[in-house]
Design a binder for this molecule. Sequence first.
Ligand code: PLP
Length: 500
Amino acid sequence: MDASEFRKRGKEVIDAIADYYENLDQVPPMAAVKPGYLYKLMPHEAPEDPESFDDIQKDIQTKIMPGITHWQSGNFFGWYPSNSSFPAMLGDMYSNMFDVIGFNWLCSPATTELETVVMDWLGKLIGLDKRFLSIKEDGTEGNGGGVIQGSASEAHIVAMLAAKEKALERIKADGSVSEDESDAMRHKMVAYFSDQTHSSGQKGTNIIGCKSHTILTDGKFRLTKTALAAAIEEDKQAGLIPFFVCGTFGTTNTASIDDIPGIADVAAAEHLWYHIDAAYAGASLTCPEFRPLAVGIERADSFNFNPHKWMLTNFDCSAMWVASSTHLTNALGIHREYLPRVKGETAFVKDYRDWQVPLGRRFRALKLWFVMRMYGASGIRAHIREHVRQAKWLEQQLLTDGRFEIMVPVVFGLVVFRIKPSALATSGDVAVKESTVNAANVNYSKRINADGRVFLVGTKLKGVDAVRAAIGSTIGKQENVELLLQVLKQSAADIISQQK
Ligand SMILES: *Cc1c(COP(=O)(O)O)cnc(C)c1O
């Protein structure tokens, strides 16, 4: 394909993308294919001779499209949103154009420097404390800074690696511990999570080879200061070495918020690295009215949220900040002669390869830059506020209906609910068994998805089955949530009448 052919085909692809988005709400959000469907449709070897673009384009429509789950549909309410936007896509096209591997400054100066600039922009946009910024107010280099990771899971793992480095440094500083002994101590190190922490905490534990302690959350699914302090005390008694704690601002299950300042107190007293996972809800902090919920994040060692979830930026874009980059770069910086560093490192000359697991990295700052410029802070805030409004509207409708129970009050765009036990009781039947209620609610989420017009997922909260509707699609409107409500009510009526 030469440049003139690319010019023609590229325009066709852009048209196909625009058509897709214009008609997205007309198709069911969930793919209706069976496992293995594609293998049957495909040749079993790559073609020997070149094929035409037209043939491939046809296969996109006939073979690929039927197996796509339309995450960008306004009727997709599953998991958490994974926002795309046209500005982000345009930015990413430029990233594809340059296709640089920006592991250090010299690889492509603009790639590194734009990331430093946009991560400071974004940090300020969410009201992050100055200690997390790369450039101080006087224009000199700060100790902290931001980096774009591929995912919140990577950020979590990277934070744990830095934490381990910091803990080992503290142990060795004592002078009485040899190198071999301190290495052996890895297996005595304990990381703290709650029963609601994202699975990436466990993955990090496996990668590092440390221990983990999962702490039960309170009745509102929060990790509390007292529970954390008790867990640490127990482990210290057993000769273990506490080194890391993850607090979550907006958990995956219910969007609950841990005791952010309380955990900071314990982390400081016990010398733990304090990582805050705000993968989903961090985007809300672009709106000042949500910041009182996040008091205490200024005391964290690392903070992370995903613009690729609820802030209009196509996957992958996970924003991570550290208050001090020393332990991160000590943990991950490896020198080779063929990876030259630029001498006299300033804030504008970061070697981001030392801030992440892989060496190579994409020019992801471009799409974030496009989003922040083309929406502006006001556009981003309007996006967040509209979804929160829609979620609270849905919560109110479900409460008014009388057949539903809201499991946790709506704060962001997530509504977690179930058909309440009393709605499932046959007349004269005082109490329905909890297992019956659970089974009915498991069937309820299946029933909703079987309808096909919307998609969502069920979950289990401390033994109670419930349904999650995550509102936050870039193209999602009030009409989509009205359709959701209609399906929710109809499916609930079906389940209740089956029950009786
Ligand atoms: C979605 C989510 C993650 C994982 O995000 P990835 O970027 O897919 O790794 C981590 N933590 C929380 C709280 C999440 O909701």
